[in-house]
Write a protein that binds this ligand. Structure first.
Ligand code: HEC
Ligand code: HEC
Ligand code: HEC
Ligand code: HEC
Ligand code: HEC
Ligand code: HEC
Ligand code: HEC
Ligand code: HEC
Ligand code: HEC
Ligand code: HEC
Length: 435
């Protein structure tokens, strides 16, 4: 039996030579769908065009702070340069100022170079490090002859940010109040009622807390309120933090302390108290006190002949006690020459902002123990020690990469010099914004 013969010719005859003219299967659907989607797209554009809606040209969602003006493209895209309407600085400053950074800057980058838009609901102020590094990686000041006052090569917090200035230069704490942290933080420190273990918060709190101070009285000083927020600690003061343990008694006849004021006020107070006392107790005029053990030995004075002499003798003792002992325990005093002259108390000079070129916020870090940043406090014996943390402590958490706190420049620095801000009123009406 002859089998079926399959010649190449026969096979060729089975092929439809026009197969490419009619589409089948996937290619067919591809063509149908391209036409349908193009038409749908054009229809969508046309429909938005007819409604005057800008959605088709939108480059991405606007930042949260600009959500209200997100549909008002022309508020930002003002200048029509060619086909595109570009964003100008003038458009931004019509609604709010963005004051300059520094008088010394050699040029001013455009607002939109740093404040990127259409990237979603991020903060507009989350600017890239590149925006700062374009100058700070190789800083130059306007005046070519004066070198920049700041470290000139900074482009990244992890890599080449300098140590903070007060720690870099071996600076000392300029404060003049004598204070030994180690002594005061020891266990069983003597206090008016028994012994205590002091905590940092017994002396250091941000402004605005009205809880009682355990070792003093609440004092509401103007200085306390000039601090803008709870970011920084209020400076220590005698009344709130020291007065209960370090009283200022001047004479054993009086339980009262002298006012914690200028020596002239203290002097007048002591004179007044002694004079009143001797008027009330004339029988004591012709007596001499036992010398106070706390004082350097002095010659025993003659018996006073009248009230004035009695006051003068007690006053001399009180002054010895105050100027050579009580006040001097904490203060640097100088003693000018002259018959009536009183000692001069050096300015306390307690620093309230250690790092003025950056911002810091204690409240944002309140989950941490004070000593985790201020490790040196517990062992510091001298006021001149600097107790603020160095950059390595910050880098433990503020570093680039996942699961870490923000490490871009804007987290700790401001760019704009807000003291130069100009007030702006754009004058929109409510319907204009919420149509
Ligand atoms: C708050 C101000 C603001 C508003 C409102 C705004 N934009 Fe933008 N837009 C910008 C900024 C800033 C850029 C970046 C411009 C640049 O690089 O010069 C930009 C860029 C664009 C781009 C890309 C242009 C390019 O050069 O790459 C398009 C497209 C665009 N916007 C469309 C729109 C549309 C459409 C709307 C309204 C729905 C709108 N924008 C609303 C600020 C805004
Ligand atoms: C129509 C008015 C308007 C225009 C135009 C405008 N803004 Fe704003 N902007 C606002 C309002 C309102 C806020 C929110 C209130 C505020 O923070 O002052 C805001 C907030 C901001 C913030 C603060 C965001 C934050 O993280 O707190 C930045 C930065 C900003 N705008 C930059 C720009 C820039 C750059 C432009 C120009 C591209 C611009 N704005 C244009 C009205 C405007
Ligand atoms: C156009 C250039 C330029 C850009 C961009 C720039 N800076 Fe500066 N910056 C300067 C100059 C100039 C100085 C002052 C140098 C001097 O006084 O010697 C300065 C000073 C500083 C200082 C120290 C003085 C101060 O005012 O506290 C800090 C901090 C600072 N810049 C942070 C930043 C950050 C953060 C950015 C980015 C958001 C930035 N800079 C962007 C030019 C620039
Ligand atoms: C009895 C009050 C008292 C207690 C308690 C106390 N301090 Fe102080 N602290 C002071 C005084 C006074 C000063 C200012 C004099 C000085 O600089 O030493 C000061 C200054 C500081 C400073 C800034 C000065 C610098 O040189 O950096 C830091 C930081 C500080 N203390 C941290 C602490 C920490 C942390 C604790 C707890 C472990 C603590 N202090 C407990 C009284 C106290
Ligand atoms: C236990 C420590 C302590 C003693 C003792 C003490 N002071 Fe003070 N004194 C302080 C502290 C802390 C400050 C800074 C904050 C304040 O004003 O309370 C200060 C500030 C002052 C100031 C203001 C200094 C300035 O910066 O202008 C004067 C004046 C002053 N004391 C006078 C006295 C006199 C006078 C005596 C003695 C009768 C005295 N003090 C005793 C701790 C003390
Ligand atoms: C809880 C009580 C208490 C408080 C509050 C307190 N002190 Fe003292 N202070 C002491 C005692 C007790 C001593 C003596 C410690 C010793 O020698 O062991 C002392 C000693 C001192 C000395 C001498 C330190 C030395 O080197 O031996 C100075 C200076 C001093 N205190 C300043 C202050 C100042 C300033 C404040 C307020 C900011 C303050 N103290 C708050 C209890 C206190
Ligand atoms: C995350 C680290 C960190 C922690 C935690 C921290 N501090 Fe500070 N502290 C700082 C830095 C940074 C400064 C310098 C801020 C400045 O003055 O510019 C500072 C400054 C201070 C000062 C000087 C005054 C001032 O505000 O500048 C005192 C006092 C102080 N801290 C006490 C404390 C006490 C008390 C605690 C615990 C409740 C604490 N700190 C927790 C980092 C820290
Ligand atoms: C985690 C906080 C933090 C970050 C992030 C940060 N800085 Fe700083 N920076 C500081 C502190 C704190 C100082 C010390 C300020 C002072 O001494 O007054 C400082 C100081 C500076 C100074 C002054 C340097 C000098 O000569 O003392 C400049 C300039 C500066 N930073 C720029 C930058 C730039 C640019 C970036 C981003 C690449 C950046 N910083 C990121 C905290 C930060
Ligand atoms: C234990 C980790 C940790 C350490 C150490 C640390 N920070 Fe932070 N810091 C944080 C966290 C968490 C936040 C809040 C998250 C945020 O706002 O991004 C924050 C927020 C901040 C902020 C913004 C505060 C605000 O206004 O919201 C500044 C500025 C800052 N840190 C500076 C510093 C400086 C300077 C140091 C070193 C002295 C430091 N931090 C050390 C974890 C840390
Ligand atoms: C070199 C980068 C840079 C340039 C250029 C820049 N900014 Fe900023 N801007 C920042 C940074 C960083 C912040 C956040 C820290 C601060 O307040 O300075 C900010 C904050 C702002 C804020 C928000 C303040 C707030 O409420 O938190 C406004 C509004 C603003 N800029 C407007 C402008 C305008 C308008 C321009 C142009 C004239 C401009 N910026 C140019 C970096 C820049």
């Amino acid at each position: 039996m002859a089998g079926r013969t399959r010649t190449t010719k026969k096979l060729a005859q089975r092929i439809d030579l026009d197969y490419f003219k009619t589409l089948q299967g996937i290619p067919r659907w591809r063509r149908i769908l391209s036409v349908v989607f193009t038409l749908l797209g054009l229809g969508w554009l046309g429909w938005h065009g007819l409604r005057g809606s800008p959605t088709p040209y939108n480059a991405g969602p606007i930042a949260r702070q600009h959500a209200l003006i997100g549909h008002k493209c022309a508020a930002c895209h003002v200048s029509s340069a060619g086909f595109q309407r570009t964003v100008t600085d003038n458009a931004c400053v019509a609604c709010h100022d963005g004051p300059i950074h520094h008088a010394e800057q050699t040029f001013s980058p455009a607002c939109s170079e740093c404040h990127v838009e259409h990237k979603g609901v991020m903060r507009v102020a989350s600017t890239s490090d590149r925006a700062c590094a374009q100058c700070h990686a190789d800083l130059a000041a306007k005046d070519k002859n004066t070198p920049p006052r700041f470290v000139a090569e900074i482009s990244n917090f992890d890599r080449n940010h300098p140590e903070f200035a007060p720690l870099r230069s071996g600076q000392r704490d300029p404060g003049t109040i004598k204070f030994n942290h180690q002594v005061h933080l020891k266990k069983e420190l003597r206090a008016p009622q028994g012994t205590v273990q002091l905590k940092c918060a017994d002396c250091h709190r941000p402004p605005g807390f009205e809880e009682a101070w355990p070792f003093g009285e609440l004092e509401i000083t103007p200085a306390t309120f000039s601090l803008p927020s709870r970011a920084y600690m209020s400076p220590v003061n005698y009344r709130e933090h020291c007065s209960a343990c370090h009283t200022l008694q001047f004479d054993r006849r009086f339980r009262e302390s002298v006012p914690h004021k200028e020596p002239r006020v203290v002097y007048d107070f002591v004179v007044k108290k002694l004079t009143e006392y001797i008027v009330a107790h004339p029988d004591q005029i012709h007596t001499v006190d036992e010398p106070d053990k706390r004082l350097p030995t002095r010659p025993v004075p003659p018996i006073p002949r009248n009230a004035e002499e009695w006051v003068a003798q007690r006053l001399a003792d009180a002054q010895l006690l105050l100027w050579r002992k009580a006040c001097k325990e904490c203060h640097a005093l100088s003693y000018p020459q002259g018959p009536d002259s009183l000692p001069v108390v050096a300015k306390a000079a307690i620093t309230t902002r250690w790092l003025p070129h950056a911002s810091f916020d204690h409240e944002a870090h309140q989950l941490l123990a004070c000593a985790s940043c201020h490790a040196r406090a517990a062992t510091s014996k001298e006021t001149s020690d600097i107790l603020i943390p160095g950059i390595q402590v910050c880098r433990e958490c503020h570093r680039s990469g996942g699961n870490s706190a923000e490490a871009r420049c804007f987290e700790c620095h401001t760019y704009h010099d807000w003291s130069k801000e100009k007030h702006v009123n754009a004058g929109y009406t409510v319907p204009q914004l919420v149509e």
